[in-house]
Design a protein. Sequence first.
Length: 129
Amino acid sequence: MEISGRIVKDAVTAKVSNDREVVNFSIAVNDSYRPKGSAELKKIVTYIDCSYWMSAKMAQWLKKGTMVELFGRIGLNVYTNAEGKALGSLTFHTSNIKILVFPKTENTVDVPAVQSKRTAKGESDDLPF
């Protein structure tokens, strides 16, 4: 199965046993639809919890805002809470991660579209040519 979305918050690594670690993160998948007989476009966001068992080093790249394409399978976790109510959650067990777009950071500098040129006298000229 394949899904893609943006990471909601930085991935965290959890130690499961002596030599096993899992990378946990969540993605947001945006979708939209137009209800029958309506001109209004409805937008929905689905949040999906994901786990990656292959390498804990991958967590350093899975930062908030990163667009990823994930390959894997869906797992179901069923449990009983303290009140005795049966609950469940879905987790996407990721076997392969493809990073599509990294988020902009504070250190990223946008290059201005128009740069000023120096004239023969060394003066700045704001003309775009």
